[in-house]
Design a protein around this ligand. Structure first.
Ligand SMILES: [Zn+2]
Length: 430
């Protein structure tokens, strides 16, 4: 297999935020990058030359990349094909074709795949190629390519509950028991609480000068649903006046409203479209942004279903059970098969509070690691903090404040201002 020209185009298109200076992409096309003769299997560490040593993450011993059998060193590695394989989730797609979707649980995937998600390798590859061109042509990097861009974050809130439902009690009690927090579990199961936390979040974000994306459930809600729906899906109805008014207020305040499809709506465009229309009716205007509930997701089916339902921008690409870069990239890109615009999700509240039993210091450090990576590589990604978790039942608002402070400290830009969410086209987003 020779490197398809497609791989180069796909990588350059996705990485355009790192190549904003006119002519940047054409410069990279002139590099003498090796061509992969045949696809490899598995993963390998590749050492960059000394002049690119600073592009290797501090905690790593090289670039962790899709294996290529002919590779002896960095000169014989096909960087375009390696970057495209990551960006397009080639490993996960081939696994899904054989074994079915993992619905965004990393633990179901090979151990050897996990380091591929630890860093934004695709961004690092493009930065490496920039550097390589400068070495070949003896031109300072900022003169040739400009500064690395400011990192972009799409802050998002998936609205799974606006009141303390039986399903939420059971789910969170299960996590408490799993983490051996028995008293918290009992308190959670039995205590009363108001999960209407919109105003707290809105105030917090306004104080930091941020707006965010709010993904709402558009299903039928209520009690007359099958047990699985009652357990797995939200129970509110977006048509209820108090909730519809909240959607409208958020939108009027500069926030973006999106769809959070039901647990079972991950491949059915007709159902997805009905749910989308329910949100639009409550909101009084059209929406095009989406994240799948429970990150229920298939590479082969979900983006096609979203597109057919009239949606355009998805932020599902991430894992339920670990933070990280599911396709090795912190880039908003157009998925070629479906035409969906995809922004990866790299961090979620429950990564820090449910799936790992961390203390506050460790939680803050995990947030910092993700933000540092994004800053270092000029990345763009999305982060989830659920609406209800600002209630003291959870008490996860403090980590969110640390996140907001960290964004400010590192000069992050909001996706609702400069990214696709702002309503501009993908080609002008940064
Ligand atoms: Zn959800």
């Amino acid at each position: 297999m020779s490197t398809a020209r497609g791989a180069i185009d796909i990588v350059l298109e996705a990485a355009r935020r790192l190549l904003e200076k006119p002519g940047s992409a054409d410069k990279l096309r002139t590099l003498p990058v090796a061509k992969a003769e045949r696809p490899g299997e598995g993963w390998m560490w590749v050492d960059p030359p000394p002049w690119a040593a600073d592009l290797v993450p501090n905690s790593a011993s090289g670039f962790y990349l899709p294996a290529q059998p002919q590779t002896a060193d960095w000169r014989s590695y096909d960087w375009w094909d390696g970057a495209a394989a990551l960006l397009q989730s080639r490993y996960e797609r081939s696994r899904e074709a054989r074994l079915g979707p993992v619905h965004s649980y990393a633990f179901r995937l090979d151990e050897s795949f996990q380091p591929a998600c630890d860093h934004a390798w695709v961004n690092r590859i493009v930065l490496f190629l920039r550097r390589w061109w400068c070495m070949e042509n003896n031109v300072p990097e900022t003169e040739a390519f400009g500064e690395r861009p400011a990192p972009v974050i799409h802050l998002t809130h998936d609205v799974d509950a606006v009141s303390k439902t039986v399903a939420i009690r059971l789910k969170q009690t299960a996590f408490s028991l799993y983490n051996r927090r028995f008293r918290a579990g009992a308190r959670f199961l039995l205590g009363a609480a108001d999960y209407w936390q919109f105003d707290i979040i809105d105030r917090l974000e306004a104080a930091h000068g941020w707006r965010s994306v709010w993904n709402f459930y558009g299903g039928r809600g209520g009690w007359l649903r099958p047990p699985k729906e009652l357990l797995m899906d939200p129970s509110y109805r977006v048509s209820v006046p108090r909730i519809a008014a909240q959607l409208q207020n958020l939108a009027a305040d500069g926030h973006v409203i999106g769809l959070h499809p039901r647990y079972d709506t991950w491949r059915n465009p007709a159902t997805m479209q009905r749910e989308k229309e329910a949100i639009e009716e409550a909101l009084g205007s059209q929406i095009d942004t989406v994240r799948q509930h429970w990150l229920r997701f298939s590479f082969a089916q979900t983006w096609h279903a979203q597109k057919a339902a009239g949606l355009r921008h998805d932020m599902t690409l991430g894992f339920n059970d670990r933070p990280g870069f599911r396709n090795g990239a912190a880039l908003t890109f157009v998925e070629p098969d479906s035409g969906m615009v995809v922004t990866p999700m790299v961090l979620m509240d429950s990564h820090l509070h449910d799936y790992a039993d961390l203390n506050e210091t460790a939680r803050f450090a995990a947030i910092d690691r993700i933000l540092d990576e994004l800053k270092e590589v000029g990345g763009e990604a999305s982060i989830i903090w659920h609406q209800r978790v600002f209630h003291p039942d959870y008490g996860w608002g403090k980590s969110y404040e640390h996140l907001l402070d960290g964004l400010k400290k590192r000069g992050f830009v909001s996706g609702t201002e400069t990214g696709y969410c702002s309503g501009r086209t993908i080609h002008t987003s940064r």
